[in-house]
Structure formats: C-alpha cells, structure tokens
Design a protein around this ligand. Structure first.
Ligand SMILES: C[S@@+](CC[C@H](N)C(=O)[O-])C[C@H]1O[C@@H](n2cnc3c(N)ncnc32)[C@H](O)[C@@H]1O
Length: 285
C-alpha cells in the first residue's frame, strides 16, 4: 500500500530528532553557548533548525550536525548558534532599572568627561538604545558625546539587526510618543510603518560580538553592567563563572543589573545585594 502523501508542513520541517542527535545538540549548545537545553525541547529545536537544514539541503540531523561541527568557527556553526538563541526583548523592558540607571549611575557620575558602560546579551538593540535615550533624558545633549554603551551578544544575525536599528511601529509601542519623534526617523514609501534610530543616538552604542562563557577581552572597568535575561538559560556553575568574570569588569561601587526573574542567590560572587535584580561591587562611589 502506498504511503500517504506528507502534508505541506511536514515537507518544510525535518522529522523529529532521534535521541542521540538531540543529546549531541544539547551538548554542543552547552559547550558553545552555556545554555542548558533539557529533554522536552525537541520540538523547539526541530523548529529552530528547520530553516538552516532546509537551506543546506539536509534531511537528517546526523548529517547536518556533522556539517556544523566540521568547522568550529565556520558559517554553518554560526548559523546553528544564531538559530538556537532566544532573542526576545523590547524597549523599556523591566523599566525600573532605567530609572535606577538615571538616578544612581548617570546623575552621580555626570561630572565625568566619558561614561562607558556595558550592555551584555543586548539582542536586537532595544535595551542599549533604551539606556541611551534615558542618558539623553537625564544629562541632556552632552550625553551624545559623553555616554558610550558597549552592547554585546553572541549572535551575529541579531547584532546585524541591532546595528541597523530599524523597528516596526509595533516594537516602538512601549515608548512615549515624544521619544519616538525625538530619537527615531519615520520611514517613508516602502519603509512606511518602520522607524530608524537617529544617527546621534546610534553613535552612542557600539555593537560587538562577545560570548559570555569565554574569557572576556580587556574592557572596562565599568560603573554599570546590564546583563539581563540571559543567565536564566545557564546552569548555576555557568552563572557563577559569568558573574565572576563580569565582576572583574566592574569598577568599585559599580552596579550589575540582572533580569527580574534572575537572582544571584546561592552563587559565590561577592557582590552586594542592593535591591531585587541589582547588585554592587563594594567600594567607594
Ligand atoms: C532573551 S535575550 C535578552 C535580551 C536583553 N538583555 C533583554 O533583557 O531584553 C538573550 C540574549 O542572550 C544572547 N546570548 C545567549 N547566550 C549567550 C552567550 N553565551 N554569550 C552572549 N550572549 C548570549 C542571545 O543571543 C540573546 O540575544
């Protein structure tokens, strides 16, 4: 008896992942990104890898993984990493941090000629651009020259998107109307409904690729580091490693902001608790 015709959707999605290949993917993701993928995520992984597998003409996960692993820094590996990162973010996310950033970091340090801070795991840019807009609101026009935000992420694709700084009207919805006019250019013609970050704001943010689980490059020390909503995907050992590395890039009295759902409870990291999701390196300031 002939097999039934596969539905169209089945043709676009590879078949379910065999256990051995799923374990191999989990271990590679753990090794390269520090992210813990647990059993139960097979469908998500299948969905995320469907496009790179289709583009490369792979119908088996085994063959695809051989191809990915052949060159540890090659385009297939980078695409694999891009596909498996979760980039959810938005403007003004966890808004109380930006008030704290204005009141406890920017205003007390406004006398400094240069204020350089780090936004780690910055995704598509909404977070560092929100920091930049708050800096201009707090310090006025001088912030355009004074404040530098190093924004980093592991994903090449998302960094490209962040550098472009183009967002739909829907993405801008959390921002006050006046800020949209002040900090964005309205698209016309085929760009109707889209907004681009104004050049003076985008010059405040420098996007770089950086993997938080590898040794950090020489940078800082910073009076503030935002590292929000990424450690939630790490296991406690990786979280300790990442926070201890970041601690070495904080200046005495510098603040570390983590996501609202994240906490450094139980980690041996020698940072003082300030308030939920805000920590500080002891010292003057
Ligand atoms: C959920 S987003 C959080 C974005 C933003 N920080 C926020 O709170 O809205 C997590 C980001 O972490 C990045 N990421 C995941 N693993 C990483 C790693 N090992 N090093 C650096 N960035 C990583 C992902 O590419 C993704 O853009």
């Amino acid at each position: 008896m002939p097999l039934p015709e596969p539905a169209l959707a089945d043709l676009q999605t590879p078949p379910g992942i065999p256990d051995a290949e799923f374990r191999e993917i989990c271990s590679l993701v753990q090794q390269r990104l520090g992210i813990e993928l647990r059993p139960g995520k097979e469908a998500l992984v299948t969905l995320r890898l469907a496009e790179p597998m289709r583009r490369g003409g792979f119908t088996s996960f085994g063959r695809y993984m051989e191809h990915v692993k052949r060159d540890p820094e090659g385009p297939a590996m980078l695409e694999f990493i891009d596909s498996l990162t979760t980039n959810h973010t938005n403007f003004l996310r966890e808004a109380n941090h930006f008030e704290f950033w204005q009141q406890q970091v920017l205003l007390p340090l406004r006398h400094r000629p240069e204020l350089q801070v780090w936004c780690a795991a910055s995704s598509s840019g909404e977070e560092p651009y929100t920091m930049a807009m708050h800096a201009v609101e707090a310090l006025g026009e001088s912030a355009y020259r004074q404040v530098r935000i190093i924004a980093t992420d592991i994903s090449h694709a998302i960094l490209e998107q962040a550098r472009r700084g183009v967002y739909s009207a829907q993405r801008l919805a959390p921002l006050p109307e006046a800020w949209c006019r002040r900090y964005f250019l309205r698209g016309e013609g085929q760009w109707q409904g889209y907004f681009r970050v104004k050049p003076e704001l985008s010059r405040m943010v420098e996007f770089r690729r950086l993997n938080l689980i590898e040794s950090l490059p020489l940078m800082g020390p910073f009076p503030a580091i935002f590292c929000r909503n990424v450690m939630i995907y790490f296991n406690p050992e990786t979280r300790s490693l990442v926070v201890n590395q970041m601690r070495t890039r904080l200046e005495p009295g510098g603040y570390l902001f983590v996501g609202h759902a994240e906490s450094l409870n139980g980690l041996n990291v020698q940072l003082d608790y300030v308030q939920p999701s805000v920590y500080r390196l002891a010292g003057p300031g």
